[in-house]
Design a protein around this ligand. Structure first.
Ligand SMILES: [Ca+2]
Length: 190
């Protein structure tokens, strides 16, 4: 029992330490070489949210998501976003096929995480696990390459971690509203 409690304390303090600061995701380890392609599926339902993790390339770039074959509105300007800044890429249902894209060089080209959709036929996204910090949740960090045909292949021109945030069910909304009404009533009684 004592050891279990101690272990819990250790885990809790480690978690606090890891959340203490801005961790910055890893940089692509083998620049000059294309990253292996990756594919994504929504594990849960809700809003698909991107958390900016930096890597501002020379070009102005935006990012977006293609959900079940439909491109969403891009955003999260790499030259105007702060670390941890969020952008809603769209609404997803569990099992949806997700493809992420970069609108490179102020929209001159759009490159997808699905290589077969790219006009130049090369992979523009490197996906790597991220442990999370105080501003960005743990998840997969997507680092993009913005140059035609991959250019320097350093995948250091825009990056974000995505997370699916559950939208409350109608029943939960009703509970929330009832709670708020109760609070207002109590305030009025005082
Ligand atoms: Ca680059």
């Amino acid at each position: 029992m004592k050891t279990a409690a101690k272990r819990l304390l250790l885990v809790a303090s480690a978690a606090l330490l890891s959340l203490a600061a801005q961790a910055n995701p890893a940089v692509y380890p083998t620049p000059g070489t294309p990253a292996p392609p990756s594919s994504f599926t929504a594990a849960t339902s809700g809003l698909l949210v991107a958390y900016y993790t930096g890597a501002a390339g020379g070009f102005t770039n935006l990012v977006g998501a293609r959900i079940n074959g439909v491109d969403g509105t891009p955003g999260l300007d790499n030259h105007a976003s702060a670390y941890g800044q969020t952008f809603v890429l769209g609404a997803v249902s569990a099992g949806d096929s997700l493809v992420f894209f970069i609108d490179a060089n102020s929209g001159a080209a759009r490159y997808y995480s699905d290589v077969s959709l790219n006009s130049d036929g090369v992979n523009h996204v490197w996906a790597a696990p991220f442990a999370g910090d105080a501003k960005v949740p743990a998840g997969t960090n997507l680092a993009f390459e913005d140059l035609p045909s991959g250019g320097d292949f350093n995948y250091n021109d825009h990056s974000f971690v995505y997370q699916i945030t559950a939208v409350p069910e109608p029943a939960s909304w009703a509970l929330l509203l009832a709670g708020a009404a109760g609070l207002a009533w109590r305030r009025r009684l005082r």
